[in-house]
Design a protein. Structure first.
Length: 413
RNA sequence: CGGGGCGUAGUAUACCGGUAGUACGUAUGAUUCGGGUUCAUAAAGACCGGGUUCGAUUCCCGGCGCCCCGACCA
């Protein structure tokens, strides 16, 4: 991608009304556009990152047997009345509106009801189970106070998977597989070392739910972490008996602020009962389906990555989700060589953001490269050519090294 | 939802009851060419509604919006 073809621009100054680090950098870098509080549009650079995160999650969900589909955003009232969650006194974050014909509808704020309602039509036998459908979609919550940039939105993009199992035992096996899948996701997007599986309140069907909490001072949640054991306990269940139950010691637990980047939940028959979601067993008995829910907020995850991996110059994207693998800077007097290099890299399938602007100073281009945060920066200039090739520098490295032009493609492959 | 703060060019800010100033960005022309170079010129602005006043961007009221603290958060 040529820089001159991107319609977004970087900004030197941070918006005054965005004190959160993630939104500040994402807006300055031209990754997102703020529509209103808690609502962001994804610009070309931001969408590339979001798509890469999505691809990683999709891959991990498919590996555990997930089946991607897409539930609707508009939801009818009667479906939600079955679970009792249509009532504003029960759920106060609804966005509701009316149909021309008079009916009331809502914009989905979660998916349990939608899935239960759909599956009621398709599940009737033990042969139909287990199944693990999931989707990526925009979710709407009328938050009284959205905040912290991408971390708590009114409209956000998430992945939700629901498991439909025959028995508690079958559910438990899948639940464990999802723990691993989630670990993989956070490792692959580059924040695994800061992300801890955290025990949180479980509701009526299990002792605990599990949250995946990424440690950062800007986090909203308070957790107690045993870094050695790789386990955390959410403040909401931080009690002596819980610590003992998890075989942890109070001395090893350190209080930290963290962002909840994902959670997994055993639902039991909480939703299958009101939706009458049952199956006929091989012993000819009617049994309720055992459910679980597994969510990851992708837009929040993207914000969390920025929050924990950025430095004073800008964003620092892990290669797996960077908008481009390398940022090629052409300086005065080397545009022909830079063009050639861009073509060679592109032909080799390497993603390049090529700063081909002819009216910007070197300093400005370097500042933009740091802000945008691609893992590798290449500089082609008369100076680099005189030194024998192209300058290559990792985003977090101080000093560049010279690589021969002919060796660059191999170096980056 | 309770409390607090704030709404001025695209962005960041200043002043003011009487012609709204600056910087960044943008445009044009020079200049410079390895960490946001320098200079000239130009375009571009008071959230909405009401009130007070000869006159309101400024004061008052209401609305809307934004930010922060708290509450809430499958």
């Amino acid at each position: 991608m040529r820089f001159t073809r991107l319609f977004t621009k970087t900004r030197k100054e941070a918006p005054a009304d965005e004190p959160s680090r993630n939104a500040e950098l994402l807006i300055r870098g031209g990754f997102v556009f703020k529509e209103m509080a808690g609502v962001y549009s994804f610009l070309p650079l931001g969408l590339r990152v979001l798509n890469k995160i999505e691809a990683i999650i999709r891959d991990e969900m498919n590996r555990v047997g997930g089946m991607e589909m897409r539930t609707s955003v508009l939801q009818s009232k009667d479906v939600w009345e079955k679970s009792g969650r249509w009532d504003d006194k029960v759920v106060d974050t609804w966005f509701k509106t009316k149909l021309k014909t008079g009916g009331e509808i809502g914009l989905s704020f979660t998916n349990e009801e939608a899935y239960s309602n759909i599956l009621k039509q398709y599940v009737s036998s033990y042969k139909d189970l287990p199944i693990y459908p999931y989707d990526f979609k925009n979710i709407f919550r009328n938050e009284a106070r959205s905040k912290s940039g991408m971390l708590r939105g009114r409209e956000f993009y998430w992945k939700a998977l629901y498991s439909f199992s025959r028995t508690e035992e079958e559910h438990a096996v899948f639940y464990e597989a999802m723990k691993t899948a989630y670990r993989n996701v956070f490792d692959r997007v580059g924040i695994g070392h800061l992300t801890f599986m955290t025990f949180a309140s479980g509701g009526s069907f299990s002792k605990f739910s599990h949250e995946f909490q990424t440690i950062t001072p800007s986090g909203e949640d308070t957790i107690y972490v045993d870094e050695k054991a790789g386990i955390g306990i959410n403040k909401e269940v931080y009690r002596d008996e819980v610590i003992a139950d998890l075989k942890l010691s109070k001395e090893a637990l350190v209080e930290k602020k963290a962002i909840e980047v994902g959670n997994i939940f055993s639902l039991g028959t909480k939703f299958s009962q009101p939706f009458d979601l049952q199956y006929q067993s091989d012993g000819d008995e009617m049994k309720p389906v055992v459910m679980g829910s597994y969510g990851i907020g992708l837009s929040r995850l993207m914000g969390a990555v920025v929050e924990v991996l950025s430095d004073d110059k800008g964003m620092v994207w892990p290669e797996t989700i960077a908008p481009f693998k390398c940022h090629l800077v052409a300086l005065e007097g080397a545009s022909e060589e830079a063009d050639r290099l861009y073509d060679a890299l592109t032909a080799a399938g390497i993603e390049v953001l090529y700063d081909d602007r002819s009216d910007k100073s070197a300093g400005e281009k370097f500042a933009d490269a740091d802000l945008i945060g691609c893992p590798v920066r290449l500089v082609v200039s008369t100076k680099s050519l005189a030194a024998g090739g192209v300058e290559l520098k990792g985003r977090t490295e101080d000093k560049p090294r010279i690589v021969q032009e002919a060796a660059i493609v191999e170096e980056l492959s």
